[in-house]
Design a binder for this molecule. Structure first.
Ligand code: FA5
Length: 351
């Protein structure tokens, strides 16, 4: 066995030198497997060692095998480092990629998604009026999505929005609306408050006008003396600014637990201008959101004094608004990744 170990020392040195000349990843790995792998030469030596009966001889042989194994392990680690250096050197030797080169004529230009265009229109319009932009988490606790919005546990109003729950965490949901941001903002800021909060929301929904993931924008004002007239005025102002000055809205009384009174907001169908079409289901109007005066129970949840302050809030579906603005009749087109659809929205187009 002594003889075999001596021969192995030489043959490994020989093979390692050959691999060192061209240290490809495969050659290094083959060498490692041949010597240290489960069926390699070193494990076989340890196997043979079991058959040596003389204790003293066994000790000496064991020591010699350990030394050989250590030498091989160190040499292979060196080869692996040399291989990684060689790969890097080859990459650096290639001509560099110039990311600042101008795009050649006819190549594919990027553009903003129509929902992003619509979000920017709404946010920019309100920012001009001095509104702050707020953000909030998409994976949310039921406190922010429901409880603090006056929708207690087991209240039937939780069923108004088909919710994705997180199986392992019963108190977490994918937020069903951007109204959760009202709570984050009010807990963070003292009144008066003016905020605009766009974001992605999720519901178990799927048809031509409903998708499981969609976008909303929440607008909130809290101050002394805020009335329903301010609410209607601000909605009208925003819609005229985003669409055009002939845009009409109408409010229908409705129920949202976090406002009182509450209303559904419809806008004139911009496809048919009110005469009735497939998109507005022949009604001439399209529901784009909900609104109302913030409920005192919501103020209580965030420690706002409802005797001193009143607040108004509205939340709109940005996807619906983008459909109407850009004449798209199926919401699902926004999310199927069709490049020719996206190409209709040139980069930097502000409107
Ligand atoms: C709400 O989500 C309330 N949070 C709005 C609100 C805010 C009311 C502040 C009062 C005060 P609603 O469930 O109606 O309300 O949704 C608002 C809008 O989101 C809808 O009018 C619609 O435009 C859009 N929407 C709802 N579900 C979907 C869906 N699955 N796909 C695309 N858009 C949707």
């Amino acid at each position: 066995m002594q003889q075999i170990i001596a021969t192995y020392q030489q043959s490994f040195a020989h093979q390692a030198a050959a691999v060192h000349a061209t240290p490809s990843r495969k050659a290094i790995e083959d060498l490692r497997i041949a010597w240290l792998g489960r069926k390699g030469k070193i494990p076989a030596l340890y196997q043979d060692l079991k058959g040596v009966t003389d204790g003293r001889e066994k000790g000496l042989l064991g020591k010699a095998i350990n030394e050989l194994r250590n030498t091989i392990e160190a040499a292979i680690a060196d080869l692996q480092a040399a291989g990684a250096r060689a790969v890097l050197a080859a990459q650096l030797a290639r001509p560099p990629l110039d990311v600042t080169m101008p795009v050649s004529a006819g190549s594919r230009m990027g553009s903003l998604h129509p929902v992003s265009l619509m979000r920017n229109l709404v946010v920019d319009e309100l920012a001009k009026l001095g509104f702050s932009v707020f953000d909030g988490p998409e994976v949310e606790t039921d406190f922010y999505n429901f409880t603090a919005l006056n929708i207690p546990e087991n209240h039937p109003a939780r069923d108004m929005q088909d919710t994705f729950f997180i199986a392992e965490h019963p108190h977490y949901v994918l937020r069903t609306h951007t109204s959760n941001i009202q709570i984050h903002a009010m807990l963070q800021e003292k009144p008066p408050l003016r905020l605009v909060a766009p974001g992605r929301v999720f519901r178990v929904d799927n048809d031509a006008t409903h998708t499981p993931m969609f976008h909303q924008v929440e607008i909130v004002v809290v101050d002394r003396g805020i009335s329903f007239a301010h609410l209607k005025g601000l909605i009208e102002y925003t819609m005229k600014a985003v669409f055009d000055s002939s845009m009409k809205i109408r409010l229908r009384p409705s129920y949202f637990p976090f406002v009182e009174p509450g209303a559904e907001v419809d806008m004139l169908c911009s496809m048919c201008r009110g005469s009735g079409c497939r998109v507005c289901k022949e009604s001439g109007w399209l529901e784009i959101g909900g609104c109302g005066m913030i409920h005192p129970n919501v103020f209580e949840a965030v420690n706002y004094d409802s005797e001193t302050y009143t607040g108004m809030a509205f939340g709109f579906g940005l996807d619906r608004m983008a459909m109407l603005k850009y004449g798209i009749n199926d919401l699902r087109q926004f999310f199927n990744g069709d490049y020719s659809f996206q190409q209709q929205f040139p980069l930097y187009s502000p409107r």
